[in-house]
Design a protein. Structure first.
Lengths: 292, 388
């Protein structure tokens, strides 16, 4: 029989690693939605493309995993900046329905494209040897890969915190989120801030897609399949609130893991119960500045 | 439907007159209806490979009848299945259908098929109760209750005392669980745990953890092939289950799908009716034809095989009956029909219209540096079990 302590550490470790992958994938959408008020339902497509780029350069050119991840992020940032100028720029200020239709349409184009180029199946990733196997944490064994995901998640958290709080770009970004017109008035090029933020957000999605591929397998339907989870995180985070989205993503990971582990038959519902309760109690998102 | 049938009759008569006056070679159209695109596209793609391989090897005529295949894409949506079956029957005037990626699609189309008595060959759909929906359904796969029972008996004979049942939480998963448990317990084993895994599951590690804690001798698994199966196997491997526990599935690790997994799939067992490694002349010809047409690295699955065998039956029928199939005559001819398939000897059970065939227990092993299913045991001529 497993001890309660072992079960608890299982839920925490696996929940946190799962939650952090969700965080890395979702945070870009939290930022761009907060900033540009664009409901980009194609955000998951950037994660999928990132994952596919990483795996395809690994398998076709034998490029090591870390470099493949860098290539994926760079590729998606470049792609997303182009798309931002060509497509998304038309959506700023457009009615929500237009945004939803357009970005869902992009999802279907990406799904079709991935199917044509990579086939309808799962696109398998072979993680490097140093990321496979288990490590003994004293209390229990834990997958090296998930530990790696946790570390990467924390690096992203720290990186974003530094960018938001300690750089002048972060200050401009926060200003643009809070009050875009005032920010324009004081001479900050908000459009440029938008492009950079959009690129960063998409790049983070690609990072999540690439390093999370061991947990969320790559397949053409990826952009739609994980959309609900991403939207849960976004909905509970509030506009552009990074701190909240970290907490929400980790909460989603832990609640989902605990739910499926403790009451497997209802495990799929528990996260939605939490979602409904939180949406009723805190419709503005967790940790919003306004009191609920 | 009456008016439609009359109209269909009129068209048939008119077309028949035209054909007889023109005195051209008779053409029999076969309608293939199923997911050619969408999340289940792999099924349609592999059917097409099976069908085209058969036609490459056997030509496009059976006896004096030219065979023509018409495809319709349901995108995996059962709502489309009925409409497209209808369209194939009414507009394309197909004489036989091959199809349906999932059992609900076949059930949805059954009323149309029954109305016009079109023989319908099901390459792989596996719901035990499905055959009741139409007397014109012919199953070329299996019903999954049979696999589960074969697996349970084999596991008991091989010393497994305790079993954990982990199935996807939808009808086929429940069918597997309901067939496995009484068979395993009836043979003296104990089922120590049973989980219905929600289809929405993304991270499967909670289920792997539950199984690991229960420490069973074996796990009976049923997970939809593709991303879900890949994730579940990875999660089980991370807990060491692939090495220290007998993991028994069905179609999760088809030969054509093994490359979707990383090395973690090694040691995965399945109870199923086909393995690419089977050694018989029909299988050799099938593999050679498939790889000559679609490439050296293309491997067959039970999807490929089911469509291939459906064509074998249609060719045999067309040779006997010509281009005009009468549903009831076809079903009478097929009752007890036996032929040599790449899977070995197969006989259509007269009662259930399901195959009597060998089952294999296969295991994924490293063969010359490549992971492949290897047959570890064969259970001769298993009769279908009605799980409903």
């Amino acid at each position: 029989m497993a001890s309660a302590a072992s079960s608890l550490t299982f839920i925490l470790l696996y929940g946190v690693s799962y939650g952090l992958v969700l965080f890395i994938i979702s945070i870009g959408l939290v930022i761009t939605m907060g900033l540009m008020r664009v409901m980009n339902l194609a955000h998951g497509a950037f994660a999928a493309i990132g994952g596919y780029i990483a795996v395809s350069v690994m398998t076709n050119f034998g490029i090591p995993f870390p470099l493949a991840v860098v290539a994926a992020v760079a590729g998606v940032v470049a792609l997303s900046v182009v798309l931002e100028r060509l497509v998304f720029v038309n959506l700023y200020g457009a009615p929500e329905l237009d945004q939803v239709l357009m970005t869902i349409g992009i999802n279907f184009i990406v799904i079709g494209g991935l199917t044509i180029f990579f086939g309808p199946n799962v696109y398998p990733i072979s993680l490097p040897d140093y990321l496979t196997g288990n490590i003994d944490l004293g209390i229990r064994n834990f997958e090296v890969y998930r530990l790696f995901v946790i570390v990467m998640g924390l690096i992203v958290v720290v990186g974003l915190w530094v960018m938001f709080e300690k750089t002048s770009f972060g200050a401009k970004l926060r200003a643009a989120v809070d009050n875009p017109s005032m920010t324009r008035v004081i001479g900050i090029n908000v459009n440029r801030v938008f492009i950079i933020a959009f690129g960063i957000g998409s790049g983070l999605a690609a990072l999540g897609g690439a390093i999370g591929a061991g947990m969320l397998p790559l397949e053409p339907y990826y952009p739609m399949k994980y959309l609900v989870l991403v939207l849960v995180v976004v909905a509970l985070s509030g506009f552009g609130n990074m701190r909240a989205s970290l907490a929400v993503a980790v909460l989603v990971g832990i609640v989902d893991t605990a739910g499926r582990f403790l009451v497997p038959s209802f495990g799929g519902f528990i996260i939605y119960i939490v979602l409904v309760v939180l949406m009723v109690l805190r419709p503005e998102g967790l940790f919003t500045k306004r009191a609920a | 439907m009456v008016t439609q049938r009359n109209r269909l009759g009129t068209i048939t008569v008119a077309a028949g007159l035209m054909l007889s006056t023109a005195a051209m070679a008779d053409t029999l159209k076969v309608g293939v209806v199923g997911p050619m695109t969408g999340p289940l596209a792999v099924m349609g793609e592999q059917w097409r490979q099976g069908i085209e391989t058969f036609m490459e090897l056997n030509g496009d005529t059976a006896g004096d009848t030219k065979i023509e295949v018409v495809y319709r894409d349901t995108t995996g949506n059962p709502a489309n299945a009925k409409q497209m079956a209808q369209e194939l029957i009414v507009r394309e005037r197909v004489q036989a259908l091959v199809g349906f990626g999932i059992s609900p699609s076949a059930a949805a189309a059954a009323p149309v098929i029954n109305e016009v008595k079109i023989p319908t060959f099901l390459p792989h759909v596996a719901s035990p109760a499905l055959m009741e929906a139409s007397p014109y359904f012919v199953r070329l796969g299996q019903n999954i209750a049979t696999n589960a029972e074969v697996a349970a008996k084999w596991a008991r004979e091989n010393g497994m005392e305790s079993a954990y049942v982990a199935v996807a939480d939808y009808a086929p998963g429940h069918d597997v669980a309901n067939a496995f448990k009484p068979a395993f317990e009836g043979a003296g084993g104990t089922v120590t745990g049973s989980d219905n895994i929600p289809l929405s599951t993304v991270d499967f590690s909670p289920f792997a953890e539950r199984i690991a804690e229960a420490q069973p001798d074996m796990v009976q698994l049923f997970i939809p092939p593709g991303a879900q199966a890949v994730s579940m196997v990875k999660a089980m491997a991370a807990r060491g289950l692939m090495e220290n526990t007998l993991i028994m599935g069905q179609g999760e690790a088809e030969d054509s799908d093994i490359q979707l997994f990383d090395g973690t799939i090694k040691n995965f067992h399945s109870a199923i009716y086909y393995s690419e490694s089977l050694d018989n002349p029909e299988n050799e010809a099938f593999l050679e034809g498939l790889q000559a047409k679609f490439g050296e690295d293309v491997l067959p699955s039970t999807f490929t095989l089911g469509a291939y065998d459906a064509m074998a039956l249609i060719y045999a029928l067309a040779t006997d009956m010509g281009a005009d199939f009468d549903g009831d005559a076809v079903m009478a001819e097929l009752a007890g029909y036996s032929w040599a398939s790449p899977r070995g000897k197969i006989t259509l059970d007269a009662e259930s219209r399901e195959p009597i065939q060998d089952f294999v227990i296969r295991r994924v092993e490293d063969v010359d540096g490549q992971l492949r299913n290897v047959v570890v045991d064969t259970i001769q001529q298993v009769h279908p079990i009605s799980g409903s």
